[in-house]
Design a protein around this ligand. Structure first.
Ligand code: 39A
Length: 208
């Protein structure tokens, strides 16, 4: 029986779900491309995002993306759906990063969850994806897969933040036991834990 986040992590870890995946799971971890992917993946499959990212070749760096024409952007990201809305939101987000942080590196070091949540089109999941995978912060991403998996093992929560707190505090409380697997890097642990949940769910596996 799995009754805490550490046991869930160790159960998933045993399944070797991230073999042949990048170390931090999300492709091009620590780059502006993650910000683009975090918006594009809303309400669509990751495979559609990959098609959009391939179309955006040459515009994936922050400084290049700032100069993209919005109408071209709309066409490039068409495979991920809601492309008119997502293009305008992504374009405005990039301009706001430039205005408030000047460089992407400064954004990575100084952006807050509150700043992200104040941007149009960024909810909890997108904000935490950007913080964890683009800005290398100790933030766990909760998504519908996480919700469903926890429900299947008997845990139900009232809000996004309740799940996030349960997982993050559970992992922090067991860190002495877990840190040897994650180079004593909590961001690496949260990045891989979320990645394992997504890969587990996409393979339609179940526990018990
Ligand atoms: N749903 C998803 C994903 N599925 C994913 N990968 C596979 C690699 N990423 C990065 C984000 N969301």
């Amino acid at each position: 029986m799995i009754d805490n986040p550490k046991d869930l992590l160790l159960y998933l870890k045993n399944l070797n779900l991230l073999t042949n995946k990048p170390k931090f799971w999300w492709p091009n971890y620590g780059t502006f491309e993650v910000v683009i992917g975090a918006i594009l993946t809303q309400n669509t499959k990751w495979e559609n995002v990959e098609r959009s990212l391939a179309n955006l070749k040459g515009f994936l760096e922050f400084e290049d993306f700032l100069n993209i024409d919005v109408n071209f952007l709309k066409e490039y990201i068409r495979p991920s759906g809601f492309y008119n809305q997502k293009a305008v939101r992504l374009y405005n987000l990039a301009q706001n990063i430039k205005q408030d942080f000047e460089t992407f590196s400064n954004f990575q070091d100084n952006v807050t969850r509150e700043w992200l949540l104040n941007q149009k089109g960024i909810g909890f999941e997108s904000a935490d994806s950007i913080l964890c995978y683009a800005c290398k912060r100790e933030e766990f991403v909760v998504d519908s897969y996480t919700n469903r998996l926890l429900k299947s093992i008997g845990f139900e929560f009232e809000s996004y933040d309740d799940i996030k707190y349960w997982i993050e505090s559970g992992i922090r409380d067991s860190w002495d036991e877990l840190k040897e697997y994650y180079e004593d890097n909590l961001n690496l642990c949260f990045a891989r834990f979320h990645g394992k949940i997504v890969e587990f769910s996409k393979r339609k596996l179940t526990i018990g």
